[in-house]
Write a protein that binds this ligand. Structure first.
Ligand SMILES: *[C@@H]1O[C@H](CO)[C@@H](O)[C@H](O)[C@H]1NC(C)=O
Ligand SMILES: *[C@@H]1O[C@H](CO)[C@@H](O)[C@H](O)[C@H]1NC(C)=O
Ligand SMILES: *[C@@H]1O[C@H](CO)[C@@H](O)[C@H](O)[C@H]1NC(C)=O
Ligand SMILES: *[C@@H]1O[C@H](CO)[C@@H](O)[C@H](O)[C@H]1NC(C)=O
Ligand SMILES: *[C@@H]1O[C@H](CO)[C@@H](O)[C@H](O)[C@H]1NC(C)=O
Ligand SMILES: *[C@@H]1O[C@H](CO)[C@@H](O)[C@H](O)[C@H]1NC(C)=O
Length: 552
């Protein structure tokens, strides 16, 4: 059972990307094409290449997100593959733009070790025309981001960010004009950044939809020759759809942030492009390109010559499997960066005087489970979280007495899972805990495929002899009985939030965005609390009482 779990876990993580085949290029005409009248077609094409949420995956990786330790098992992505496609196909497209929708920071050792300098060096070789800022670009504060932006030879755009850091603000531009294409690019960043990243005090983010409209209106007034306006966004797919519907003047949205897979492949969340109507009843095309650079977004847009109206398109996200060769020159540089942190991986982050037990985590409360759940809570407590939750299936190795290295941290939490903020009612929480203890979902009746580890703030008494579905006898949160209709803020991981292990359903807990990765949260806490000597504290305890204290 225990040995089957790794496979199950990675299968669940991979369900959205099982199709390694290149999808056929999608060809479709916009609805308005049918309404066109007789006469010669006066059109103007622009090809857009786009990428988002690479999260420091500058080298190839396993589709699950872990590093590519054995390429024969199949690895995807990496900027040296992106470069091969760009160098080969861009020269054959007269008018093209290559755009980056943000979140280059955070996700692998290429960021943890090089803090953006490796990323800047790679990005500068790709031929990007513009980049917008993602929330994660603020993870190390505005001054650090300012240095990164100054190292880039790419224009960095965002119309709604007002940085308290002068050096950063000086480099930020709200929009950029491409007179050759009578085109303007407006960029925008999620205004949730202050609560999910670490921008400086005093750095503010305007509401994105209003900010875009204001900027579009300004461009139209100042530059009447501009016919086509493209929004480069880092606000997430749902917000992109709202942006399309609630504005006028934008015809194409190139987005990021929500890691949404669009296209005709298995697991896609919607069509590529997704077409919506704006306030004037005109079509707006929305595209985004999943995450980590597994796909390179590509769409060839055919505009009406004298307007921003889109008549048709060709294109589909390009899947960067190992069928695409790596640009050898760039790959050599990336390999050299990787050698740089081979040594870093042995850096000691702390030590423990007691074994951090993993081997029993699938059966019961275990010390490594207690520790990581508490670390997750500690990370999000100042944002209102009262419980930390993670799955035992994501905890991979036991940690022996002695020194703990970064390598250990990465091997123990290898999936690149990130912490997320969710909100449940007390009644939902009761059912979630019951699902985890009974190993049967109280929401859909199917099996729960992992045990769950909880922070010390949650204390549960259960009776293993009671039938599945009514094993829980009592639950307290911070010493107080669970209240059915009270809202509880919870910090968990993206895998569980997406319905992984069937602990709760993907539709529950509200929308979320990925925060710090689990290995980092672990390392931070080890550094803070070393030397460790963790013992289980009985947050899950057995009782022979048979009647639940609460019934929902
Ligand atoms: C390419 O990936 C496939 C799986 O998608 C794998 O079976 C194959 O071994 C890989 N090829 C090489 C040369 O690594
Ligand atoms: C910027 O470039 C300098 C010089 O190469 C480098 O030392 C620094 O680490 C870089 N910083 C960032 C954040 O990219
Ligand atoms: C940020 O601003 C708030 C309110 O003005 C203040 O209480 C806090 O101490 C500031 N934090 C830092 C790190 O400057
Ligand atoms: C312009 O775009 C349309 C739709 O994508 C495509 O069918 C057509 O071949 C393109 N024309 C040129 C000259 O590239
Ligand atoms: C642990 O690291 C310290 C240095 O921080 C070193 O002196 C010690 O020998 C290491 N212990 C073991 C068991 O490797
Ligand atoms: C364990 O870590 C603490 C804090 O980093 C350090 O002071 C102590 O010397 C370490 N102990 C050993 C045996 O390495």
């Amino acid at each position: 059972m225990l040995f089957l779990l790794p496979t199950l876990f990675s299968l669940l993580l991979c369900t959205t990307v099982v199709n390694a085949e290149q999808p056929p290029p999608d060809v479709l005409f916009s609805r308005s094409l049918g309404k066109r009248t007789w006469g010669p077609r006066k059109t103007y094409n622009v090809s857009f290449y786009h990428i988002n949420d690479v999260h420091a995956h500058i080298d190839q990786f396993r589709s699950s997100g872990s590093s590519c330790t054995d390429p024969t098992k199949g690895c995807v992505g990496g900027y040296s593959r992106v470069k091969t496609i760009i160098d080969k196909t861009r020269p054959t497209h007269h008018n093209s733009l290559f755009l980056n929708a943000g979140d280059e920071f955070q996700g692998t050792l290429f960021y943890s070790f090089y803090k953006g300098s490796a990323t800047a060096q790679v990005l500068n070789q790709m031929g990007f025309d513009a980049m917008t800022l993602g929330n994660h670009e603020f993870d190390d504060g505005d001054q650090h981001l300012a240095e990164f932006v100054h190292n880039l030879t790419i224009p960095v755009l965002s119309c709604n960010v007002h940085s308290a850091n002068e050096k950063l603000q000086k480099k930020l531009i709200p929009y950029k004009l491409y007179p050759k294409h009578s085109l303007a690019l407006v960029a925008v960043t999620t205004d949730t950044t202050p609560s999910i990243s670490s921008p400086d005090n005093g750095t503010t983010f305007d509401e994105p939809i209003q900010a875009v409209q204001k900027t579009v209106d300004l461009i139209r007034k100042r530059y009447p020759y501009i016919k086509r306006i493209v929004a480069l966004t880092h606000i997430g797919y749902d917000q992109d759809i709202l942006l399309a519907k609630q504005t006028r003047g934008v015809n194409l949205i190139i987005g990021g942030h929500s890691h949404t897979l669009l296209g005709s492949m298995a697991g896609a969340a919607g069509p590529y492009p997704t077409i919506e109507k704006n306030l004037d009843g005109q079509e707006v095309f929305i595209v985004t390109s999943y995450r980590w650079g597994e796909y390179l977004g590509y769409i060839d847009i055919e505009y009406e010559q004298n307007s921003g109206k889109i008549l048709g398109y060709t294109g589909a996200p390009i899947h960067l499997t190992n069928d695409t060769v790596q640009n050898p020159q760039l790959q050599k540089e990336i390999d050299t960066f990787a050698e740089g942190f081979a040594h870093f991986a042995t850096t000691i982050i702390g030590n423990t005087t007691k074994t951090l037990v993993q081997s029993t985590c699938q059966q019961q409360e275990c010390t490594l489970g207690d520790f990581i759940a508490d670390a997750i809570l500690a990370y999000r407590e100042s944002n209102g979280a009262v419980i930390g939750i993670t799955n035992s299936g994501g905890i991979r190795t036991e940690i022996e007495v002695g020194n703990i290295t970064l390598q250990t941290s990465l091997e123990t939490f290898p999936f690149g899972n990130t912490v997320v903020d969710l909100t449940f009612t007390g009644a939902e929480l009761w059912k979630i805990v019951e699902s985890a203890i009974s190993r049967v979902s109280q929401f859909n009746g199917r099996a729960v495929t992992s045990a769950v580890q909880w922070s010390h703030t949650l204390r549960v008494q259960y009776n293993p002899s009671n039938p599945a579905g009514s094993k829980i006898i009592s639950i307290t949160v911070n010493g107080e009985k669970l209240v059915a209709d009270k809202q509880y803020h919870v910090a968990a991981i993206d895998f569980l939030a997406g319905g992984g292990d069937n602990v709760w359903e993907a539709s529950m807990g509200g929308s979320w965005v990925p925060l710090k990765s689990l290995d980092e949260v672990f390392a931070d806490q080890v550094t803070k609390l070393s030397p460790l000597s963790i013992e289980v504290d009985g947050r899950l305890s057995v009782t022979d009482q048979t009647t639940p204290e609460l019934k929902f």
